[in-house]
Design a binder for this molecule. Structure first.
Ligand code: GAR
Length: 207
């Protein structure tokens, strides 16, 4: 059974999808053992507490820079004996001290079709604003491994939705969450926990 540690910064709907998937048996060979938040008071923490999952808060604002923050996160992940780290709406870029210690063990969900609308500055609603401003006709979400470069690690799964003419960023965000993120993130986590993701030449393939 693998220990899954989930990092969050906000409402935690993706965390909820993981909790539900664990309960319903969609996630095989893994359990969420800890939720770490980058901010006090975020609703994701309530979701964890409501499901008796231990929580920790490591506030980003208490650290001067990304390196010192990442060191604190690394220490917590080691203490929690994390086998898999899931960034579920985690809005801080982690330094390479974490990404190299947990290479191919950190999974992120990004709300666009990488390599579009990704990288530093593209997070949350900003991603959907950019997609609508560009006028793309499909968008979606990407589940990928995290490396030292923002949103650039090996892609595990992607899914699409159509963009409609009258979409607002909020409407598009919701469509992508419901149809892609909340389904593919638990699926990727389950594949990882069953050792069914293979890396060949830096690319991820499902076995
Ligand atoms: C999700 O749409 C997630 O894909 C996105 O933030 C939202 C968090 O929602 N993540 C990023 O933009 C990371 N770059 P949630 O807290 O309800 O899961």
């Amino acid at each position: 059974m693998k220990n899954i540690v989930v990092l969050v910064s906000g409402g935690g709907t993706n965390l909820q999808a993981l909790i539900d998937a664990e309960k319903s048996g969609i996630i095989k060979n893994g359990r969420i053992t800890c939720v770490i938040a980058s901010k006090e008071g975020v609703y994701a923490l309530e979701r964890a507490k409501n499901n008796d999952i231990p929580t920790r808060v490591i506030p980003r604002k208490d650290y001067a820079d990304s390196v010192s923050y990442s060191k604190a996160i690394l220490e917590a992940l080691n203490e929690e004996k994390a086998d898999l780290v899931v960034l579920a709406g985690f809005m801080t870029i982690l330094d390479k001290c974490v990404t190299s210690a947990y290479a191919y063990k950190i999974i992120n969900v990004h709300p666009a079709l990488i390599p579009s609308f990704c990288g530093e500055g593209f997070y949350g609603l900003k991603v959907h604003e950019a997609a609508l401003a560009y006028g793309v006709k499909v968008s979606g979400a990407t589940i990928h491994f995290v490396n030292e470069e923002a949103d650039a690690g090996a892609i595990i799964l992607q899914g699409t939705v159509n963009v409609e003419r009258d979409d607002t960023p909020e409407i598009l965000q919701r469509r992508i969450m419901e149809n892609v993120e909340w389904k593919l993130l638990p699926q990727a986590v389950s594949l990882f926990c069953q050792d069914r993701i293979e890396i060949v030449d830096g690319k991820a393939y499902v076995k």
